[in-house]
Design a binder for this molecule. Structure first.
Ligand SMILES: C[S@@+](CC[C@H](N)C(=O)[O-])C[C@H]1O[C@@H](n2cnc3c(N)ncnc32)[C@H](O)[C@@H]1O
Length: 190
């Protein structure tokens, strides 16, 4: 298949936005795959701020980063992503070039603990304040579980109201696949 699948497309958007030496955010670190990807991208001169509400996720991510020698350029917060504006020092505000959210539950973890539309939307609002111009927020939306469907609807309603003078909003989705495959919402700050 030549069309880019969802996860490679998410990474290609990150690649467009995040360069060596940049500041980036992983809003849902989970098992740390995206955190590691961002840490490799920004390198030793850049920095990644990662958020998750579960200690298990923070521990798994720290372990993965350590195994790859990437812990130094990452700060992990066991906190909700809707606290990011207060957790990330003002020194970095306006300098963040990319942020990623993988919504839903921790793979291999407690499926009852899921991202919630209210905090996801608050985090997006905060990011839009502190992103650099042309910074990109990538959301991978998993909507196969009941709460995921609610979050999808709330998010789509919210992002469609974003002023086009403030942001470009994209949806990337395969629309003929069964079982509610994930899709992408990308927001580029103008
Ligand atoms: C789909 S997983 C992320 C997977 C991750 N990108 C990876 O590479 O493994 C979603 C994560 O979001 C976390 N989460 C849920 N609510 C959150 C919140 N308000 N703030 C930050 N993280 C949250 C969950 O604990 C879970 O670990």
């Amino acid at each position: 298949m030549k069309l880019m699948r969802i996860l490679p497309f998410a990474r290609s958007l990150i690649d467009l936005a995040v360069k060596e030496g940049d500041i980036a955010v992983d809003a849902t670190v989970g098992n740390g795959h995206d955190t590691l990807y961002l840490a490799e991208r920004v390198g030793k001169k850049g920095h990644v701020f990662g958020f998750d509400i579960q200690s298990e996720a923070i521990e798994n991510t720290a372990k993965r980063l350590q195994e790859h020698g990437m812990l130094e350029q990452v700060t992990l917060f066991q906190a909700s992503h809707d606290k990011l504006i207060e957790k990330i020092s003002a020194h970095y505000h306006g300098r963040i070039t990319g942020a990623i959210f993988n919504l839903g539950y921790l793979p291999g973890g407690d499926k009852q603990i899921v991202t919630k539309p209210e905090s996801t939307i608050r985090a997006i609002e905060q990011l839009l304040h502190i992103l650099a111009p042309e910074g990109i927020i990538v959301l991978v939306v998993y909507h196969g579980h009941p709460e995921g469907a609610i979050e999808r609807d709330a998010l789509l309603e919210y992002v469609q109201t974003l002023d086009q003078k403030q942001a470009h909003v994209l949806r990337y989705e395969f629309i003929n696949q069964i079982n509610h495959p994930p899709f992408i919402i990308a927001i580029e700050k103008r």
